[in-house]
Design a protein around this ligand. Structure first.
Ligand code: GDP
Length: 424
């Protein structure tokens, strides 16, 4: 079976870009299946640090066709900028494909997100303000504009006029903002069409045919399981489905094609923005993880909250996604912390929970039950095989495997491509 799905098992920023990079040699296609330009993979390839917000990290490989799938929302101006940035660094973007079914982020989405988040005050979700949530909301309300609409200017104008009438009423009457003007938007988007036209394709059909011909695809999620719209810590979630199920709807492939579902798991936990986070550590250990792990958001530059590894969350993610194996990242960041705490269960309202409590209010009150394991002081950056890791580091990994009930297939000990250790 030709398809591998890569999913973040936590709240995003697990190092999915690095994992994709590690697996890319075996792949013919890398497909982004949800989210928008709020993803932010950082990939260190051949000594170059690249920050990608929308384009799949497979773009760095000459043998790979990168696909922006049906489930993604696309800000075409941002996409063009990212293509130009890559082009300027000598990276060929000519094979990039964009689904005609992908929804467009429109100027009113950005404007509305800004004013509605401001309106929510202290209840704001801390979104990235790129218009992604409003674009998905319009998709569900069936008033979205899609990439394919760009190719029928009459339809594009009609749809825009209908939707803009309502958006302008909200902007002016509710939020006291100026209305947006349709003609300027049409001109901008027709220029985007001219630039992007040759990249637009029926990507689901193309992928299906390629899989039938024995080609292999990696479906790359953005964000992570706990940010999933249906399964995450709602409402502190993203507006799409990063979980493995979303990989199928977002790429137009069926479940029979899937061979592996790899959970990308950081050796500790981070979270950006508001919401419950049982193992958050506001003391010295959290400070260590933040500094050594360099935990700033790639897309937003926002500081990430840091805490200990949470096996309850990993078991949950393994269940929701059906992980076949795990790619454990950033083990090197734990060097110097001893003992290392691992959350094995929660306690809330006098009860023990081995699984995520079904009611969110209980989850908010959940206290971690920790077990302590021995740490290590050795720098792991130069280690070249799993067996050469310090015994305590190997034991830590083995304990994670036991607690998750899913094998670890590779451990990452640094940002570089060669700092990935296969676990036999
Ligand atoms: P993604 O969105 O899941 O790809 O995650 P990000 O790219 O936002 O964050 C991962 C960050 O950690 C990037 O800056 C990577 O270069 C870096 N990184 C990935 N794996 C490792 C690792 O094993 N060790 C260290 N120290 N850094 C890593």
């Amino acid at each position: 079976m030709p398809v591998t799905i890569v999913v973040g098992s936590q709240w995003g920023d697990e190092g999915k870009g690095k994992a994709t990079d590690y697996l890319a040699d075996q792949m013919d296609f890398v497909v982004r299946y949800q989210g928008g330009n709020n993803a932010g993979h950082t990939v260190l390839a051949g000594g170059t640090l690249l920050k990608l917000h929308l384009i799949p990290s497979g773009i760095l490989y000459d043998h790979i066709t990168s696909v922006i799938g049906d489930g993604v929302v696309v800000d075409p101006g941002v996409l063009i900028q990212e293509m130009e940035m890559l082009g300027g660094r000598g990276i060929d973007t000519s094979r990039l494909l964009l689904s005609g079914n992908a929804h467009l982020i429109m100027p009113y989405h950005l404007e509305l997100e800004k004013v509605t988040q401001r309106f929510l005050g202290k209840h704001a979700l801390g979104t990235t303000k790129r218009g992604i949530g409003p674009a998905y909301a319009d998709k569900a309300a069936r008033i979205g504009l899609r990439v394919q609409d760009l190719f029928d200017e009459k339809i594009f104008r009609e749809k825009l006029d209908v939707v803009l009438k309502e958006k302008n009423l909200i902007l002016t009457k509710v939020y006291g903002r100026l209305p947006l003007e349709s003609e300027g938007i049409v001109q901008d988007y027709m220029a985007y069409r001219d630039r992007l036209g040759r990249h637009v394709a029926d990507t689901s059909k193309l992928l299906h045919e390629a899989m039938r011909d024995g080609k292999r695809a990696l479906l790359e999620g953005a964000q992570g399981t706990l940010l999933d719209l249906d399964h995450g810590t709602y409402p502190f979630v993203t507006s799409s489905n990063p979980v493995a199920g979303g990989a199928l709807t977002g790429s137009g492939l069926g479940p029979k094609e899937v061979e592996r579902v790899i959970g990308i798991t950081k050796a500790y936990v981070t979270r950006v923005g508001s919401g419950p986070f049982p193992t958050e550590d506001l003391g010295e250990a959290g400070e260590h993880l933040f500094k050594v792990g360099d935990e700033y958001g790639t897309t937003t530059g926002r500081v990430r909250r840091c805490g200990w590894f949470d096996a309850v969350l990993l078991r949950f993610a393994a269940r929701i996604n059906g992980f076949t194996d795990l790619f454990l990242t950033k083990l090197d960041v734990l060097t110097g912390l001893s003992p290392i705490k691992v959350c094995v269960a929660y306690r809330a309202d006098g009860e023990a929970y081995e699984d995520v409590p079904p009611h969110q209010s209980t989850f908010h009150r959940a206290e971690p039950v920790y077990e302590e394991v021995e740490g290590w002081d050795d720098d792991l950056g130069d280690v070249t095989s799993f067996s050469a890791l310090p015994a305590a580091a190997r034991k830590y990994v083995e304990r994670i495997v036991e607690l998750a009930g899913v094998p670890v297939s590779a451990v990452s000990v640094g940002p570089a491509r060669e700092q990935s250790l296969r676990v036999e």
